[in-house]
Design a protein around this ligand. Structure first.
Ligand SMILES: *Cc1c(COP(=O)(O)O)cnc(C)c1O
Length: 392
């Protein structure tokens, strides 16, 4: 019989950690111990101290490595802990090229923290490869991508940026939070480090903060492990367990949310009060072709702009179903206001330059019935426009 590789969906359930080898338990045991008894002076066990390695965290690290097609996964206390620790692969005097509409926390870290340690940066529109090339300096050591980007859903051609990085011997990172390995596997496209806020779709239930990093190259994996252990921002065991539980349903959650998102994007696009919809699943998205080539689907996050600030405020006040909050990737729909929430760390001028307007809303679509969401949005837009008409 020929070897049959399980599909991604099956692997989410039937992986190395399907059951605990010592008890048969079908859920990974949560190991709270901080330290581990050693057999003798000259024989040490695999585990010694939980910052360095913990069996529960290790299970999640194995699972994400397999999902991304990497050799090593590392779990951190938050997405920002994973991203910051990965940036520590750089040294004083290095330069990094970063996608301009990067996550607000990454923007803050690069501009306010790395800069104090002599690590320079240039922000570019990564959809424009000429701009990427033009930003390269003799000390450029890293090209940092986030695709689709947050909150404008711009898509970077991952393979093209990897090719540029290879020419100059620089590393490439991709923040894969919006896609998850179910829809996009950057390591397969030649990327060196994949980063996640597992707080979002991987955890999936808005109940834990966590971050993940995955690499394919073993030597790079060792270097990143040393940084994880040195910096110490590791993921706690309860959170590791919650992320593993979330991962089991990743594909079904993603499928449902993504289908909903497609219908909501189409509804918003046709609505007269909506000025613009940013979603890589729309055929008129500027990088529709590129996204369709490198990812299996558009995901479940979209953003849209309303005509003016009054309408915007009235809409937010009248919409009932989504929670109005930061974050994304939960089972419930989450509506957020990038200018005042995720991108508040970015000065107004920088936001305007990037096209993050004051009437832009980001929607992370959950598992509700799509009819209910569309009905809610439709009603809120109607009430909002009537209120404005009355005010005249
Ligand atoms: C939320 C998020 C982060 C940061 O992750 P935390 O878990 O909040 O620290 C990084 N990148 C993207 C794209 C995010 O959405």
């Amino acid at each position: 019989m020929t070897k049959h590789d399980y599909s991604f969906e099956t692997q989410l359930l039937h992986n190395k950690h399907k059951f605990d080898p010592s008890t048969g338990a079908v859920s990974v045991p949560v190991q709270y111990a901080s330290t581990f008894h050693q057999p003798s002076v000259d024989t040490f066990g695999k585990f010694d101290y939980s910052r360095s390695l913990n069996p529960t965290r290790e299970a999640l690290e194995d699972i994400i490595a397999e999902m991304e097609g990497g050799t090593r996964g590392l779990a951190f206390s938050s997405g920002m802990a994973a991203i910051s620790t990965a940036f520590l692969l750089l040294s004083q005097g290095d330069h990094v090229v970063v996608t301009e509409d990067v996550y607000g926390g990454t923007f803050r870290m690069v501009t306010q923290v790395l800069s104090r340690f002599g690590i320079e940066h240039t922000f570019v529109d990564m959809t424009n490869l000429e701009e990427v090339r033009a930003a390269i300096q003799p000390n450029t050591k890293l090209l940092y991508m986030e695709t689709p980007s947050n909150p404008l859903m711009k898509v970077t051609d991952i393979e093209a940026v990897v090719a540029i990085a290879k020419e100059i011997g620089a590393l490439t990172f991709v923040d894969n939070t919006f896609m998850t390995p179910y829809l996009q596997r950057p390591l397969d496209l030649g990327v060196d480090v994949v980063l996640h806020s597992a707080t979002k779709f991987l955890g999936g239930h808005s109940d834990t903060l966590s971050g993940l990093a995955v690499v394919k190259d073993e030597e790079l994996g060792n270097r990143l492990y040393t940084l994880q252990n040195s910096f110490g921002a590791v993921l706690g065991v309860q959170d590791a367990w919650l992320v593993m539980r979330g991962i089991k349903t990743l594909s079904v959650r993603m499928n449902q949310s993504q289908e909903n998102a497609k219908q909501i994007a189409a509804f918003l696009k046709d609505h007269p009060l909506v000025q613009k919809v940013h979603f890589p699943g729309l055929e008129d998205h500027p990088q529709y072709e590129i996204h369709s080539r490198q990812a299996k689907g558009p995901g479940a996050v979209l953003s849209f702009e309303l005509e003016n600030e009054e309408l915007f405020k009235a809409f937010v006040e009248n919409v009932k179903l989504p929670v109005f909050a930061v974050s994304l990737g939960g089972v419930e729909s989450i509506l957020s206001y990038p200018a005042k929430m995720s991108h508040a760390a970015m000065p107004e001028g920088e936001r305007q330059k990037r096209g993050i307007s004051n009437t832009l809303l980001r929607l992370s679509v959950g598992l509700e019935s799509v009819e209910d969401i569309i009905h809610d949005f439709s009603a809120a837009l109607e009430v909002a426009s009537n209120t404005l008409l009355k005010k005249g």
